[in-house]
Design a protein around this ligand. Structure first.
Ligand SMILES: *Cc1c(COP(=O)(O)O)cnc(C)c1O
Length: 241
């Protein structure tokens, strides 16, 4: 009997990545999406350079972080890995200089003042950044992001800043067990994107929708996500000690 007992695969980063990718692909198939159209953004916040290095050996090259200080700490020991650091957390304007030096992309752009600070620093560095606008799709006080109604005006201003290439929108759904409420958040981001596209400034195509995390990425894929941001389902539980 023991011979027939199913053996659990070892709990390594590689097996967690394979399991996760299989779940993403299965959700795509269930919802009529092409798996090639849903990217995985591993979120490495709180995890150290050794684990991130292991992840790069499996082909991962972009990593999401929500604190600029963590990017500063990790960029140097991982300088040989060719990582694209993606800022996904609330950004203070006084961090613009570090972001302009170290990040490849910002998904949490939520106000003009921040965009202008980034633009100034990027010009000094002679660099450009891909950006997503973070939009608030739930009423939770703790979530940042701009109100959907403010998106058209911000988009028009951003079209004038050469250093920022607007690629799409990002959101966090309400933190809830109510699946319908979660899906409503994701659906509203897609609807907003479709509306914004109708009179988007020239050159801004808004192809990307960054939505879905470890607990809700399947619903996000159902609603059109092009990029899921996954931390704990890949790296394991975080400890903030
Ligand atoms: C931490 C974080 C994630 C990933 O969260 P998990 O639940 O661990 O997958 C995604 N997006 C943002 C903005 C985050 O801060």
């Amino acid at each position: 009997m023991a011979d027939d007992a199913p053996t659990l695969p070892p709990d390594t980063f590689a097996t967690r990545l394979a399991t996760l990718r299989a779940r993403i692909d299965a959700a795509c198939v269930r919802h009529g999406r092409n798996p090639a159209d849903v990217a995985l953004l591993p979120v490495s916040k709180t995890f150290g350079p050794d684990l991130i290095r292991e992840a790069t050996r499996l082909g991962l090259k972009r990593f999401g972080e929500n604190k600029v200080q963590e990017i500063r700490d990790k960029a140097e020991p991982l300088a040989d890995c060719g990582i694209d650091w993606v800022v996904i957390g609330h950004l203070q304007t006084n961090k613009a200089r570090d972001v302009a030096r170290l990040a490849a992309e910002v998904q949490s752009l939520d106000r003009l003042e921040l965009a202008q600070a980034l633009d100034r620093r990027l010009q000094q560095e002679g660099r450009a950044l891909d950006v997503l606008l973070q939009v608030k799709t739930s009423d939770e006080e703790t979530k940042s992001g701009l109100a959907p109604a403010d998106a058209p005006a911000l988009l028009r201003e951003l079209a004038r800043l050469d250093t920022l290439r607007v690629r799409g929108l990002m959101t966090l759904a309400v933190n809830s067990d109510d699946e319908a409420a979660v899906r409503t958040c994701f659906a509203s981001l897609r609807t907003l994107r479709d509306q914004l596209r109708q009179d988007a400034p020239a050159g801004i195509t808004l192809d990307r929708l960054s939505m879905g995390m470890s607990g809700d990425f399947e619903q996000a894929i159902a609603e059109g996500s092009t990029e899921v941001r996954i931390g704990s389902a890949l790296f394991g539980a975080r400890s903030y000690a």
